[in-house]
Design a protein around this ligand. Structure first.
Ligand code: SAH
Ligand code: DHB
Ligand code: MG
Length: 226
């Protein structure tokens, strides 16, 4: 875990800052979004800068035109994903907290990205409604909301994607807690179930990469819909 309160920082925190700077993942627009989110009292749990850039690279690499994000917070990852979209592309991002959504809309506008629609509501309500309404499939889904919801988010994502779509999920290692089969933490239980479902589902090819850096020890899941 990265430290605070004047304690020494782990080496990987410094390395992450170096890499973010080297690869231009800390430009003014995204930094301003983080600062505005902090001033508005949002928790500091956005993806790390180099991870934001990874989301941009993935979306760009697959030529994503329609992206779905579950868990907007202040719109930091949304800005990175939306930067990869063509002019006629769209990012729909789902957020339960109306204040987070307001901050995200301001941040997205401030960063000059267009075609981002922030939908307020719990994913547990919004996603089944999108499926019922016959929402067109998405090329990329980024799952990053409540960890208990991850198993359902995977099921719904598979109904909102097509062959070749990419599903990415954040926080799937959680400081290694994910290998603790006796954990009673509902977040850990949700992630463990998500990882098992993802690994066993024959409709996807999937893997998980552990990450270390500004966000401590965690992991990202990647799945391609077959
Ligand atoms: N993707 C963001 C971080 C998201 S943090 C980034 O990297 O910049 C998780 C967000 O999910 C929080 O804003 C939280 O309010 C939201 N959230 C929590 N439970 C939710 C739910 N059931 N449905 C939708 N959003 C939810
Ligand atoms: C939490 C949520 C996140 O999306 C994240 O990246 C880190 C922590 C959390 O709810 O604790
Ligand atoms: Mg996260």
């Amino acid at each position: 875990m990265s430290s605070s309160g004047g304690e020494p920082q782990p080496l990987w925190t410094d390395v992450d800052a170096n890499l973010a700077s080297l690869f231009g993942a800390d430009d003014d627009a995204v930094q301003e979004a983080l600062e505005h989110s902090r001033r508005e009292g949002l928790p500091e749990i956005a993806v790390a800068p180099v991870q934001g850039k990874l989301l941009y690279i993935l979306a760009r690499a697959i030529g994503a035109r329609r992206i779905l994000e579950i868990g907007t917070l202040g719109g930091y990852s949304a800005i990175w994903l939306a930067r990869a979209l063509p002019d006629d592309g769209v990012l729909i991002t789902l957020e339960a907290d109306a204040h987070h959504a307001d901050v995200a809309r301001a941040n997205v506008g401030g960063a000059g990205v267009r075609n981002v629609e922030v939908r307020v509501g719990r994913g547990q309500e919004t996603l089944p409604k999108m499926i019922d309404d016959g929402e067109a499939p998405f090329d990329l889904v980024f799952i990053d909301a409540d960890k208990e919801g991850y198993p359902d988010y995977l099921r719904w994502s598979l109904q909102l994607t097509h062959s070749g779509s990419l599903i990415v999920a954040d926080n799937v290692v959680r400081q290694g807690q994910v290998i603790d089969a006796s954990s009673t933490d509902r977040n850990v239980i949700g992630i463990r179930e998500f990882n098992r479902l993802l690994a066993e589902d024959r409709r996807v090819g999937a893997t998980i990469i552990q990450t270390v850096g500004a966000k401590g020890h965690d992991g990202l899941a990647f799945a391609v819909v077959l």
